[in-house]
Design a protein around this ligand. Structure first.
Ligand SMILES: NC(=O)c1ccc[n+]([C@@H]2O[C@H](COP(=O)([O-])OP(=O)(O)OC[C@H]3O[C@@H](n4cnc5c(N)ncnc54)[C@H](OP(=O)(O)O)[C@@H]3O)[C@@H](O)[C@H]2O)c1
Length: 306
């Protein structure tokens, strides 16, 4: 089968294709014939900035080809899940605990755009728990997670939903998803203070994001950009910062994970959540997909197609 890998850190050009044997699922795992594979910012970062070669992990959606002992799936079922080793391949092994069925009406690309990103958006939104009628700012609002977080905020009854993005070119996209206002990161003024900030960027943006909080406001940090929060900035606002990571829920609270998954597809079926696919790129051209994210151009999810 075809697989994409890298051996040295660098830009998208370090990715290469190779032919390897189809893997065999172990106990508690399923083998998927991939129909769509998600490209994520953390993976793009690992290629550029990590400590040498690691398998390219990510979301995979496809058809169950083989089932390991104890995995509660059947050959032929359509499933999406997280693959921690070699997701960029025609066949991928996924732990059953991180896999779920795809409704008949949904395409593999929709599953990739909705499930992982929707779960993160859902979790970040709940961690911030904005009161109906309040104000919410979402950073990286055009990203896969951000675009769904924006929709959660809108559906949750916030009176004011503001999208923060890197470029004004993204304004029409985020407005169409429900943003009342759009700010770019370089704006001197991010508008009236916010009750909740859902931040998927971190790093140098963490400072302005905390300073955008209203008294008693909450910032949910869920991005892979790291960063440092000045305690003084929290103190003067009586504000708080909450971290959120989906893996903590998936591993520690599987019943919550399962409930959120069910809710996610229900919201999709009712048209409340509209996951956006920016582009479907052939697997062998994974470097092109990484370049889209490195240039910060994507409007929604970047998907690889074997
Ligand atoms: N906590 C969790 O469990 C969890 C799980 C998955 C993902 N995440 C995080 O959620 C965030 C969004 O992920 P995603 O998969 O939705 O992203 P994505 O769809 O790949 O979108 C990437 C977007 O992020 C923004 N961005 C911010 N800093 C960037 C950087 N240094 N390089 C490139 N793009 C950057 C860019 O938009 P702008 O220029 O408009 O900002 C870019 O278009 C990431 O930080 C990711 O690590 C968290």
């Amino acid at each position: 089968m075809l697989r994409v890998r890298f051996e040295v850190n660098g830009g998208p050009e370090v990715l290469f294709t190779e032919r390897v044997r189809v893997p065999v699922p172990g106990p508690g795992e399923v083998l998927l014939r991939a129909e769509a594979i998600g490209v994520t910012l953390p993976t793009v970062r690992k290629v550029r900035e990590g400590d040498g070669p690691v398998p390219l992990g990510g979301e995979v959606a496809g058809v169950v080809e083989a089932v390991g002992e104890g995995a509660d799936f059947a050959v032929g079922e359509r499933v999406t899940g997280l693959c921690f080793a070699h997701a960029y391949a025609e066949y991928a092994v996924v732990p059953a605990a991180f896999a779920s069925r795809i409704p008949d009406a949904a395409s593999a690309a929709t599953a990739i755009a909705l499930v992982r990103s929707g779960l993160v958006a859902r979790g970040a939104y709940e961690a911030g728990s904005p009161a109906p009628g309040g104000s919410v700012l979402v950073t990286a609002a055009a990203s896969a997670v951000g675009s769904l977080a924006l929709q959660y905020a809108r559906a949750g009854g916030a009176a004011r939903v503001v999208a923060a993005v890197g470029s004004p070119d993204k304004a029409d996209f985020v407005r169409a998803l429900g943003a009342d206002e759009v700010v770019t990161y370089d704006a001197a003024d991010w508008g009236d203070p916010y009750d909740v900030v859902l931040d998927g960027v971190g790093g140098e943006l963490l400072g302005p994001a905390v300073r955008a909080l209203a008294p008693g406001g909450r910032l949910v940090a869920f991005g892979s950009g790291g960063g440092t929060v000045e305690a003084y900035e929290l103190l003067v606002r009586g504000a708080s910062v909450i971290g959120f990571q989906m893996a903590v829920i998936a591993r520690g609270r599987p019943e919550v994970y399962a409930r959120w998954l069910g809710e996610l597809w229900d919201l999709w079926e009712r048209g409340v959540l509209r996951p956006a696919v920016h582009a479907e790129v052939p697997l062998a051209e994974a470097a092109r997909a990484h370049a889209v994210i490195e240039r910060r151009e994507n409007l929604g999810k970047v998907v690889l197609v074997p």
